[in-house]
Design a protein around this ligand. Structure first.
Ligand SMILES: Cc1ncc(COP(=O)(O)O)c(C=O)c1O
Length: 436
């Protein structure tokens, strides 16, 4: 009986895999492919998996879980209360603030805890810009910046979106060129979430200083991967998110340089020096601080260099597949400066979404160069801004490694990618020229 059930599972898996792979890969069928892959996954829960989507989110490290543990039940106090329970919580928050100050290279009083990257990005924009102001940002920012810019446009704030070079780098001269007398804020990300490309924030900081404009850095994807130094960056505001660096979801922090006249997004209690009302999320704050402490260690102990070597091996071997190329390289074809864990590769003649699902079926989690908006698959705005055409943007995949990634993870991924690409190209309507 067991043998029969096993055989049925095998057949079902093969059927679903075939079904998923044989669908014409148009937006309308993505949903169906997702269903097929969900059923397949449910039936193959024991499948060994490799997670290479660290830029989407990361798991908590055991040390982070341990650090947070007492603050759920034992030390559950409200950090604003004056009794012992409150004091325990307050002390934990103070210590975490000191850790974050070390992480940012700022004073503890310049650290504001919040709910993550979206809140930090929104706070910088809504908190500083007023009707008549001019705002400069880039066309490759996260939607937390782009959508906020769209909203302030309804309130008389004009935004200039600076496009990247084909490499994904923002040229500081382009920022300089669009500066105006009324430019109040410049917001540029430290590392791009899709390509990992590191932006020249120090040079942009100098431009902001000379122009008397405020400078915000979305450092969500850079934090934990490169050293943060708000003094060197010359920024007034910098946002990070805990869940991108092995901390808890819904938790983040912001550097707010002393004297920056920022209006809080949330008002109510006098928490966070009146900069962000709401009872402090003590376990989250403790978890973020532990994640930051471990991130500092990883930068110093060679973990990040080891990660870069793993990413480079993965990338080199995937690029050996014909019809592939790197998104985020300079005129010389070499990668521009980028974070250690990310590579973004296009696979001509196939649909990225189909490859994401095919790899998922084989136990590998990665992201594609498309995002689902209102049920339709749109090519990535970042890749499009870099000048890729729609087909190539759709044919792109992001591999983003956890800092705990191993050689075996890379081997496993390299074992399935070439085969999946070959198979999909053989059956793909894109390869057959049947898709526009
Ligand atoms: C560059 C960047 N900024 C902001 C965010 C939003 O962060 P959060 O998920 O903490 O709201 C993300 C998340 O993907 C991101 O990659």
């Amino acid at each position: 009986m067991a043998v029969v059930i096993h055989a049925m599972h095998q057949t079902g898996a093969i059927f679903l895999e075939q079904r998923a792979m044989n669908l014409p890969f148009r937006a309308g069928n993505t949903h169906e492919m997702r269903i097929a892959s969900t059923i397949y996954r449910k039936e193959n829960y024991a499948l060994h998996r490799v997670y290479m989507d660290a830029n989407a989110t990361t798991p908590l490290l055991p040390e982070v879980v341990e650090a947070m543990r007492p603050y759920w039940m034992e030390h559950f106090g409200n950090a604003s209360s004056i009794h012992l329970h409150g004091q325990q919580a307050h002390t934990a928050v103070d210590q975490a603030r000191e850790t974050l100050a070390g992480f940012f290279n700022c004073h503890a009083a310049e650290v504001v805890f919040n709910s993550g990257g979206t809140e930090g990005d929104n706070t910088a924009i809504f908190g500083l810009l007023r009707p008549g102001d001019h705002f400069i940002t880039t066309s490759i920012e996260h939607s937390a910046v782009l959508q906020a810019a769209e909203r302030v446009a309804h309130h008389g704030v004009e935004t200039t979106f600076v496009a990247p070079q084909p490499s994904g780098l923002i040229d500081p001269a382009d920022i300089q060129r669009v500066l105006r007398h009324e430019t109040r804020l410049i917001s540029v990300m430290l590392a791009n979430n899709e390509t990992g490309v590191l932006q020249p924030v120090e040079e942009i900081g100098n431009i902001a200083r000379a122009a008397g404009a405020f400078f915000h850095i979305d450092a969500v994807q850079g934090a934990g991967k490169v050293e943060l130094d708000v003094r060197r960056f010359g920024c007034h505001l910098l946002s990070i998110s805990a869940h991108k660096m092995h901390g808890p979801k819904g938790m983040g922090a912001m550097f707010v340089r002393r004297g920056t006249p920022i209006e809080p997004l949330l008002v109510g209690g006098s928490h966070e020096r009146r900069q962000r009302a709401g009872t402090e999320n003590v376990p989250g704050i403790v978890g973020l601080a532990k994640a930051a402490e471990l991130a500092i260690r990883s930068l110093e102990d060679g973990t990040i260099d080891r990660l870069a070597a793993l990413r480079d091996r993965l990338e080199a071997e995937i690029l050996a597949i014909p019809g592939t190329g790197l998104n985020g390289s300079g005129d010389d074809g070499l990668p521009v400066p980028r974070v250690a864990n990310t590579t973004n590769i296009f696979f001509d003649q196939l649909e990225g979404e189909a490859l994401v699902i095919a790899l998922d079926l084989k136990g590998v989690s990665v992201s594609g160069g498309s995002a689902c908006h209102s049920g339709a698959t749109e090519p990535s705005h970042v890749l499009m801004a870099m000048g890729l055409d729609k087909t190539r943007a759709r044919a792109s995949l992001r591999f983003s490694l956890l800092k705990t990634a191993t050689d075996a993870d890379v081997d496993d991924v390299l074992q399935v990618v070439p085969e999946a690409v070959e198979h999909l190209r053989a059956i793909s309507p894109v390869a057959a020229g049947t898709l526009g």
